[in-house]
Design a protein around this ligand. Structure first.
Ligand code: FE2
Ligand code: FE2
Length: 291
């Protein structure tokens, strides 16, 4: 990530954020069979400091204003037009230089997610959702800093929930003391529905916007809110949601373990899987997608 400077890139790779998610939300099956819960909850490792620095930047700079500017810019989709397959190649330029032997590339994570969904017999649109869910990380390749691409997402324009990881860092966000944005509801109405709420800017919202004409509503919720842990894991922000969100929440929850717990050192056999995925992509997606 040569376009960003050291100050903006505390994480050696974007995977450090996801590794940290696994510590916060360990796989119940794996705990049962291998490590004790305490092993997982051991936060005293050096990687945690970089994750902490990362969240400090994220919570300080994700203001309501910042989100509006990013939406205005990126939702023009005037950067690149690619086939899905070219987009995967492009995404894979995001290489992880911290540990090239053990970390799989972005495409492998997507494929492991989609394959785990397929193995459990879920509908094909959900398999495609798994395959596409992190495509928004191409934001990094458009020069966006890590804190504006990954990390837990949260509503902007209203008070921050203390259920968001490292809530203390929000004190450094200018919106924290802004009377317009610091009340419980801020700029929103109670029960207005998440579709009317602006989330912190990152890879979830971006891929949702790219895919919104092409997947069923349930899949779109999975894309748009998969990093909104304060909502789907912690139950925060209920007062902004409506009945539709409450119905869709179970789909977001259904998706989350496939994202978190499908990582495996063994890469899937792409040559074997390819025909299935080519059909799937042709069935749901246009020839090219605009980024
Ligand atoms: Fe993600
Ligand atoms: Fe993911």
């Amino acid at each position: 990530m040569s376009t960003t400077n050291a100050h903006n890139t505390p994480l050696a790779s974007l995977d450090e954020w996801e590794d940290d998610l696994l510590k916060r939300y360990p796989d119940p099956d794996v705990i049962a069979t291998t490590k004790s819960t305490e092993d997982y909850r051991n936060y005293d490792d050096p990687q945690r400091d970089t994750v902490k620095k990362f969240y400090r930047l994220n919570h300080t700079f994700q203001t309501h204003d910042f989100v509006m500017k990013k939406r205005g810019d990126f939702l023009k989709f005037n950067r690149k037009e690619m086939t899905v397959w070219d987009a995967f190649d492009f995404l894979n330029q995001l290489v992880d230089d911290s540990d090239p032997d053990t970390d799989l590339d972005q495409f492998q994570h997507l494929l492991q997610t989609s394959e785990a969904i397929r193995r459990d017999g879920h509908p094909d649109w959900m398999v495609l959702t798994g395959l596409m869910h992190d495509m928004g990380k191409v934001l990094c390749l458009f020069g966006e800093p890590q804190w504006a691409v990954v990390g837990d997402t949260f509503p902007v324009g209203c008070a921050y929930s203390d259920k968001i990881v490292y809530p203390e860092f929000f004190k450094e966000n200018p919106d924290y003391d802004n009377p317009r944005y610091s009340t419980k509801l801020g700029v929103y109405d109670a029960g207005c529905g998440l579709r009317n709420v602006n989330m912190s800017w990152g890879h979830d919202e971006y891929i949702y916007q790219i895919m919104k004409e092409h997947l069923p509503e349930e899949g779109l919720y999975m894309l748009r809110y998969h990093s909104f842990y304060a909502w789907h894991r912690e139950g925060a922000y209920e007062y902004l949601t409506d009945d539709h969100d409450k119905k869709m929440l179970r789909w977001v929850k259904l998706f989350n373990p496939y994202d978190l717990y499908s990582k495996n050192p063994e890469p899937p056999d792409w040559e074997k899987l390819r025909p299935y995925y080519e059909n799937l992509v042709n069935e749901y997606l246009p020839k090219t997608l605009k980024f």
